[in-house]
Design a protein around this ligand. Structure first.
Ligand code: DX5
Ligand code: ZN
Length: 221
């Protein structure tokens, strides 16, 4: 199973976003995770099209856009135009997942669904075969630097089982509180893609930290 590390630019220093992204690439990041927040679905506001464009111009890596917004379908085209390679919507904010996933794919990018900690996996059961990505939130979305919720590990394990049962090739991503202390458990439970904000940008040596996290995704630790 391929391991992907996706630094979240939410924790980057925005005075030098281009340099921060270059640092992630030099450190071996696979994807760049971009958190779009609307101040309604989640209590925080972050950024939108302009920042996605700036990230896209700064990297050749996959731009992984996590939409924490109500009515995400209003923004699909703009975000694809801005450079998103993956668009992930929240099941809690998107009652018509079948139509919305189909629309994202029609626009030529990968389609993902995210689930809040309290949202059961059954929310995506019927559309598992349509997913390019399933994102298990391991914190309540809205902020970087929060504490990992331990019961997420069991959910990841069940998500792995559900995707395997559906013969879905979807990426299984985990987001929130991923660090040296939590990544191995999530990998072992079946996640393959790890968002890390504070763990990377708050590290003593951010560039090296990406490899540290990746190396913890192994039986031999
Ligand atoms: C939280 C965001 C995350 C956030 C993760 O709502 O979706 O992507 O940036 O930050 P850390 O890794 O610091 O928990
Ligand atoms: Zn995120």
């Amino acid at each position: 199973m391929n391991v992907r590390i996706a630094p979240s630019v939410l924790s980057a220093d925005f005075r030098k976003l281009g340099d921060e992204i270059a640092m992630c690439e030099a450190g071996g990041a696979d994807w760049i995770h971009v958190d779009v927040m609307d101040g309604r679905f989640v209590p925080n506001l972050s950024f939108g099209v302009k920042v996605i464009e700036a990230v896209k111009k700064s990297t050749t890596k996959v731009v992984d856009v996590h939409l924490m917004v109500l009515e995400p379908e209003n923004y699909f085209e703009d975000y694809v135009k801005a450079g998103a390679d993956v668009l992930t919507i929240h099941a809690e904010a998107a009652p018509h997942l079948d139509r919305q996933l189909a629309r994202i794919k029609e626009l030529g990018v990968k389609a993902g669904v995210a689930l809040n900690p309290a949202t059961p996996l059954s929310a995506i059961e019927e559309v598992a075969h349509m997913l390019d990505l399933l994102l298990i939130m391991s914190v309540n979305p809205g902020y970087g630097g929060q504490k990992f919720i331990d019961y997420s590990v069991d959910k990841i394990e069940r998500a792995r089982f559900l995707l395997d049962q559906a013969q879905s090739p979807a990426v299984l991503e985990v987001d929130g509180g991923i660090s040296r202390d939590t990544i191995h458990r999530c990998w072992k439970a079946g996640a393959d893609t790890f968002v890390a904000g504070n763990a990377v940008f708050g590290a003593a040596h951010p560039q090296q930290e990406i490899a540290v996290l990746r190396n913890l995704c192994s039986e031999s630790v």
